[in-house]
Design a protein. Structure first.
Length: 132
């Protein structure tokens, strides 16, 4: 959605503006997920922080970026494609979370919580794609 073709918006209008994707519940949950992932990566050992940790952050952020980009697409086909990329990125997080658990970098509770969040995001994205 475009900004009503206004050439200029004052600060108050910018502060109050909400993009379509920011209203999606899956976006809000995914944003929270990114923060959890970033906080987790900060606590990793340096040998995994700069390899697996950075890849996990990129995948989590990709969920958000593709949601944002897909929401701006006009055709159903393009929306589905970008939402599909978002779903792929969410799925990509699962193996990395499992590796971190198996390497004893995160406790069982963190593994289960992040996995449950990711499954919820995947289910929500699947429903979003199906609704188009």
């Amino acid at each position: 959605m475009y900004m009503d073709n206004k050439m200029y918006m004052d600060n108050k209008e910018w502060q109050d503006y909400t993009f379509d994707f920011e209203r999606l519940e899956v976006y809000k949950i995914s944003l929270d997920y990114v923060h959890k992932v970033i906080n987790l990566v900060r606590r990793l050992t340096s040998d995994l922080k700069f390899s697996l940790g950075e890849q996990l952050i990129r995948a989590a952020i990709s969920i958000l970026n593709n949601l944002a980009e897909g929401t701006g697409k006009r055709s159903k086909k393009e929306k589905i494609r970008y939402y599909g990329y978002s779903l792929d990125s969410a799925r990509e997080c699962i193996p990395m979370i499992s590796i971190l658990f198996e390497q004893k970098q995160i406790p069982k509770e963190t593994h289960e919580s992040l996995r449950a969040d990711c499954i919820k995001i995947c289910n929500m994205l699947g429903k979003l794609i199906g609704s188009i």
